[in-house]
Structure formats: C-alpha cells, structure tokens
Design a binder for this molecule. Structure first.
Ligand code: ZN
Length: 278
C-alpha cells in the first residue's frame, strides 16, 4: 500500500541516532512522503537539514502554541526567511492549545496570527494543532474565529491558494460540527494515532466526512503511538495503522486499500505541491 505521513517530527532529537534506519523502515512500509514540521526556531532549522538530500521528504517551518511565548523577533526573522525555501511546503506547526497551556492564551493568539499571515504571504498551507480539555471545544471555536478573521474562508485564501486547501487540521480532535465547518472552509484534515484514544470517538464519524482529495494521515512521531506501535517512540512506518483505520471508517475493504493509498498520495501532493523534483 502506498502511504504518506503528513506530519512526522523526524527532526526531533529522539531520531538523531538512527534516523536513516527509521526512514528505511518507513520506505519499506510503503511511505513515499513525509512532511517534517518544525515547532520552534531550532526544530524548523533542523527540519530543513533533515530534508536536504532526501527529496522524498518535505519541511514545514513555524512556531507551535506551546512555544508561543518563547520566540523573539530574531527567531521570527529566521522562520520568515526559511519559509521561502523551496524545500518548505507548509507553515507550522502552529495552532491553539487550551488543554496544556504551556504558553499564555494571548501569546498563542498572537503567534497563530503571525503564522497565518506567513502562510498567506507564501501561499503555503498552515499546519494547525488544536486541542481543548476533554469534553470542551474552546480552542476549536477560537481557531475557526481566527481563521475567518485572517481571511482563510474568503478572498485572501483564494488569492493565495486558488483551489488548494489553505490549511491542514493536523491530528484531528474535536466535535463533528467543527469538522464540518473546517471542511466547508476548504481545509484538509489529517488523522493520527490520537483517534484510538478515549474521548476521541468523534474522529470515527469525521473520517467518513472528509472529501478524499483533502484526506490525510500522519503519525505525529515521536508522539501519539497508535495501538501496535511502540509506546516509547512512534515512527512514520506506523502510519499504516491509522491509514487502515481511516479506510475502515470509510467502508473501504481490503481489495480497495491499494487505490485508497494512491488517493492519500494524491491528496498529499495536491495539498503540498512542490517545485523541486522528488
Ligand atoms: Zn506535531
């Protein structure tokens, strides 16, 4: 089965010692593309290092809500310069997190706005992390409001992206009507091993709602191991488990898995077009 990992942090320190082995395992599992997102200045730079000389990998640069209060102007100048690099196909990851609140809410909002502005300026989709406390939806509602305020459902997004998704909801989590809203706005939705956790049952329904050309799967490695992957460190090869889950939710049988994988690669390429040859 052909596969993609739309969000794998192989730029994390935990892959430093055996990165080529990890990537080899991913290739053998069928993974043909990995998007490697930064979460702060240092990891964004490392994402560029990791994708250099590995043309089947793509980078994203940006600043995560957890790091919203830690970045300074010098850091932003670097991210804004890297964002124009041909190896960078998306901006992020960014977003909002009211669950863990590692940065104050106002700093998260300001950080999100800056990432969204960079996304519109470069025409590279924003990668959006969004988590609320269990049973709540404040972060999701705030994210939709911010996307609207930044023009992601209107003229600004059409001018920057044409018919392409202007953003990706990474590691989907949230209520069904929130999913319907972001799908109606033209966003892509990516599912991770989070879908297997208690409290994330809505994902099963949402997986059948996303149009095929905007449906993505990911690992968020080294985090969010699905059942069957090592608890300690998730890796891109295990995206197979989540891809099979998504196929199952969409009523796709064993005999159609191959075509489903082809569709995942096509959705990735449509969402993250790149000028460099693979
Ligand atoms: Zn991530």
């Amino acid at each position: 089965m052909r596969l993609i990992d739309s969000h794998g942090h192989v730029n994390a320190d935990r892959f430093d010692d055996d990165l080529d082995l990890v990537l080899g395992d991913a290739r053998r599992a069928g993974v043909e593309r990995i998007l490697v997102p930064g979460w702060n200045v240092r990891s964004s730079e490392r994402a560029l290092d990791v994708v250099a000389d590995r043309p089947w990998l793509d980078a994203a640069v940006g600043n995560h809500p957890h790091d919203a209060a830690k970045i300074d102007e010098a850091g932003w100048s670097m991210i804004e310069a890297w964002a124009r690099d041909e190896r960078v196909v998306a901006i992020g990851e960014t977003g909002l997190d009211s669950d863990r609140m590692f940065s104050p809410w106002d700093a998260q909002l300001e950080n999100l706005r800056r990432n969204l502005a960079l996304s519109l300026a470069t025409g590279k989709p924003a990668i959006l992390h969004c988590r609320s406390r269990a049973g709540e939806r404040d972060a999701q509602d705030a994210l939709v409001a911010e996307l609207r305020a930044a023009g992601f459902d209107g003229e600004a997004a059409r001018a920057a992206f044409g018919n392409r998704p202007p953003a990706v909801i990474h590691s989907f989590s949230g209520p069904v009507d929130y999913a319907e809203t972001v799908i109606a706005m033209g966003l892509a939705v990516s599912f991770s091993g989070l879908v297997f956790r208690r409290g994330e049952e809505t994902s099963s329904e949402v997986a059948s709602l996303v149009p095929p050309e905007r449906l993505l799967v990911e690992t968020d490695a080294p985090f969010l191991s699905p059942p069957g992957a090592p608890r300690g460190r998730n890796a891109p090869e295990f995206v197979t488990i989540t891809a099979r889950w998504a196929a199952d939710r969409r009523g796709i049988g064993e005999d159609a898995l191959e075509a489903f994988g082809v569709g995942l690669v096509a959705a990735y390429d449509a969402t993250f077009p790149r000028s460099l040859p693979r």
